[in-house]
Design a protein around this ligand. Structure first.
Ligand code: GLA
Length: 372
């Protein structure tokens, strides 16, 4: 595995090869794993996440003409925008760049064009938030290139704006926040009510955090995600309470006649409680209970929040057969994507072998494993 400095130097090298000049600024931001607190960010709850050992880097410099030339080293593809940024792009990665440029242009009027190289090793579409890492790296590189100070929280919010306005996904702040505030060997406990955070040192010993990519991508994942966001909005209105930690048993009776909304709220309320429990487990090196909390969370995401799918449920079920597995769950937006798992480091190879073979037998799909 290559480290952050190597990702950065590879990106600078690609820039020099492609543009025949040195970049003026380069930065890299990590993908993320969300350990607990799923679908709580847009509900003003909490989560415990961490940055991972994979990054997206961006190198940038000024041009003398009005072209903005952007090359993705990973996709071996390029796009050229003009300074007016008029024509909305169609391809997905173009939308991220277009959104970032537009949002930056509302802070600083670009007078000349830019050369940009994007490169990294966060697998795309794997549930590790390569898109958030990309947004953060892009915007951060522009602010730095023009020596404009930007605070971390504002940067996270601007990146979220790219998702809202240019990808039309009403996502929360989890992914961008986790990438920007990531600190090696610490989890970040984020409180989405007031956007405060604190670091929790990772005291869990002898255990690996393993992400398994089911390789399932659902066409409908975005619209289903938006459906959950709207269901929760509606639920809060009916309950007539806008703070998650203030919702009482009697408040919940207000949504008794909306069985679907009630299930969604059961998930978010129980998940909120699990965040506190997980925090204690990390501090006290209690991997057994941490594993149980992940399994509980998975069942809640499967039955109450209904964001899981067959393939992911299979991954969790088959993991139960392994002594090395403490627990795991579906991670991220849902409807496919990845699982996050706590696995005994000593027996990780056996675990991977079991899951890999069983999944191949059942679905004829090769899994991807990321030790993060
Ligand atoms: C996606 C979104 C995040 C968050 C998670 C679910 O990753 O981008 O904002 O809502 O799903 O926890």
């Amino acid at each position: 595995m290559i480290n952050k400095e190597q990702v950065i130097s590879k990106t600078i090298k690609s820039f020099i090869e492609y543009f025949d000049s040195e970049p003026e600024f380069t930065c890299a931001y990590p993908g993320r794993v969300n350990l607990i607190g799923e679908h709580l960010d847009y509900n003003k709850g909490m989560s415990i996440s961490c940055g991972i050992n994979r990054w997206i880097a961006v190198s940038v410099s000024n041009r003398k003409d009005n072209k903005i030339i952007v090359r993705s080293e990973n996709l071996k593809s390029e796009i050229i925008f003009n300074l007016e940024l008029k024509d909305k792009p169609i391809e997905l990665w173009h939308k991220y760049v277009f959104g970032s440029l537009n949002i930056f242009a509302s802070h600083y009027q670009l007078k000349k064009g830019l050369n940009i190289i994007i490169n990294g090793n966060v697998p795309i579409g794997s549930g590790l938030s390569s898109s958030a890492a990309l947004e953060v790296a892009l915007l951060s590189s522009y602010f730095n290139l023009f020596n404009i100070e930007i605070d971390k929280l504002e940067l996270a919010k601007l990146c979220q704006k790219i998702e809202h306005e240019y990808l039309l996904i009403d996502s929360g702040l989890l992914d961008q926040f986790s990438s920007i505030y990531a600190k090696s060997n610490y989890y970040t406990l984020i409180n989405f009510e007031d956007l405060s955070y604190s670091y929790i040192e990772n005291n869990i010993k002898g255990t690996s955090l393993l992400v398994i990519n089911s390789m399932v991508k659902r066409e409908l994942a975005n619209s289903k995600y938006i459906e959950r966001v709207e269901e929760c909005r509606k639920g809060f209105k009916i309950i007539n309470q806008n703070k998650l930690d203030k919702i009482s048993e009697s408040d919940l009776r207000n949504i008794e006649s909306h069985p679907v909304l009630k299930k969604r709220f059961l998930h978010i309320l129980n998940e909120y409680r699990r965040v506190y429990q997980m925090k204690d487990c990390i501090i006290n090196n209690n991997v057994i209970d941490a594993g149980k909390i992940l399994i509980e969370s998975h069942n809640s995401l499967k039955q109450d929040y209904e964001v899981s799918c067959n393939e992911i449920n299979f991954l969790i079920d088959v993991s139960m057969e392994s002594q090395a597995w403490y627990g795991g769950r579906i991670m991220g937006g849902g409807f496919g994507g990845s699982t996050v798992n706590l696995v005994n480091t000593k027996s990780i190879e056996e675990y991977i072998d079991l899951v890999d073979r069983s999944y191949k037998n059942e679905f004829d799909i090769d899994l991807e494993f990321y030790l993060v």
